[in-house]
Design a binder for this molecule. Structure first.
Ligand SMILES: Nc1nc2c(ncn2[C@@H]2O[C@H](COP(=O)(O)OP(=O)(O)OP(=O)(O)O)[C@@H](O)[C@H]2O)c(=O)[nH]1
Length: 388
């Protein structure tokens, strides 16, 4: 209980392994055993940065389906209109994302042939977190479906644990009915083809996405959440918070990408997600101007000197950003509380609950402490400095 180790004497140096790494190692070992069983050979470990055990998201699909646009809009804050000028990807683009959980995004050129014997499948699929297949809904999609089916059938025997996520993309401008028709048609064609090849109930998830609204962030949130081993604990904390503070909805957001890492169990509705996500932008901008966290040393010294003669953290109520607004149209307050450098808690409160703000602040403070403890336990060793 006091944090010291009381078990039997350890053999050799202690290795700190986060559950994310552990999970990936387990999947990778399982894949290697599968390959060994089927092909009688043991594949080499995946080379390069991937071998370090960071979950990897592979963006695949036909040319011009929107892979690079998705990666640029979600992870590099590119305005959607500017993706019109993106050039076709010639080589695999690998980007390392440094956030509450380090992961990589690999953007594949549409024309790449995964079935070329020279293509090192194990290096690509060996330590994968999720395979995201992008289908352009505004274009003829039969070829894209055939290629996806071929890819699944090809990799499934050796890498059976891969999460396959299909983004039915560019659905902006399509009517609600038409979107659902397309989704139904694509799902049917994929499942039929796979079951004809004896691959029943393939674990494939479908998302309707567009870079011109928040649907792409929502889809990525769902993909990333599957990679978080302590997700049930985070969700339980948010459920408790919603119950004790009478929140309608609470989200734990990644500040930079605006992907939500966890939410309570009530259904996600797009307007609430959008408003919370936009609120983060406002607060981040305001705290860039008025916040004092990363200020020059001299400036901080002056503030801590006479006449105050106190450390800055003792002069302020809370070092992290904290805010609450009431929207005039809905009368429902929205509260935001920074959890650490990467994460922020945003919640929509019930109408008229503004008077209970002191109690809410106290409960939020406790839940933030809990969240930090959970994150601390699972922090990767080479990870990031949490907290400010
Ligand atoms: N309407 C609409 N257009 C999009 C969307 N996403 C991407 N696009 C457009 O689709 C075009 C192709 O996008 P890219 O991101 O270059 O496609 P890609 O899949 O990376 O293409 P390759 O690099 O050739 O494999 C660009 O003109 C984008 O602006 C979307 O959600 N809606």
């Amino acid at each position: 209980m006091d944090g010291t180790y009381n078990g039997p004497a350890r053999q050799g140096p202690v290795r700190f392994v986060s559950p994310v790494t552990l999970n990936l190692e387990r999947i990778y070992t399982q894949n290697r055993i599968n390959i060994q069983k089927r092909h009688g050979r043991v594949p080499e470990p995946a080379p390069g940065p991937a071998a370090k055990g960071k979950p990897r998201l592979l963006l695949m699909g036909q040319r011009r389906s929107g892979k690079s646009s998705i990666s640029s809009v979600v992870f590099n804050k590119m305005p959607p209109n500017e993706t019109l000028f993106l050039e076709s990807t010639a080589r695999v683009q690998k980007e390392a994302m440094r956030s509450f959980m380090d992961f990589q995004v690999w953007d594949f050129p549409g024309q790449l042939d995964f079935f070329d014997p020279n293509f090192d499948q194990d290096a690509v699929f060996g330590e994968i977190g999720a395979l995201i297949w992008v289908i352009d809904a505004q274009d003829e999609y039969l070829d894209a479906i055939n290629r996806l089916n071929m890819t699944i059938l090809n990799i499934q025997p050796a890498y059976s644990n891969i999460n396959i996520e299909v983004f039915i993309h560019k659905v902006d401008g399509l009517s609600e009915d038409y979107k659902l028709d397309i989704q139904r048609d694509i799902m049917q064609r994929i499942q039929d083809e796979l079951s004809d090849h004896g691959f029943e109930n393939a674990p494939i998830n479908f998302h309707l996405t567009s870079i011109y609204n928040h649907s792409i962030f929502e889809a990525f949130s769902k993909v990333i959440q599957k990679l978080i081993p302590h997700l049930p604990t985070l969700e339980a904390l948010l459920n408790d918070l919603c119950r004790s503070c009478r929140f309608e909805k609470a989200y734990l957001f990644d500040i930079v990408s605006k992907i939500y890492v966890a939410t309570d169990s009530s259904p996600v509705d797009m307007p609430s997600y959008e408003i919370c996500s936009d609120y983060i932008d406002v607060i981040v901008d305001v705290s860039e101007i008025f916040g004092w966290a990363p200020r020059p040393e001299d400036y901080v010294k002056a503030l801590e000197g006479p006449p105050w003669n106190k450390k800055l953290e003792d002069q302020t109520g809370c070092g992290a950003a904290e805010s609450c607004i009431v929207l005039t149209d809905q009368k429902r307050p929205i509260m935001l509380r920074e959890v650490n450098t990467y994460l922020v808690l945003v919640a929509i409160m019930k109408e008229g609950s503004y008077e209970k703000m002191p109690l809410v602040t106290m409960n939020v403070e406790t839940v933030v402490k809990g969240l930090l403890e959970v994150l601390e336990i699972t922090k990767q060793r080479n990870g990031v400095e949490d907290g400010r």
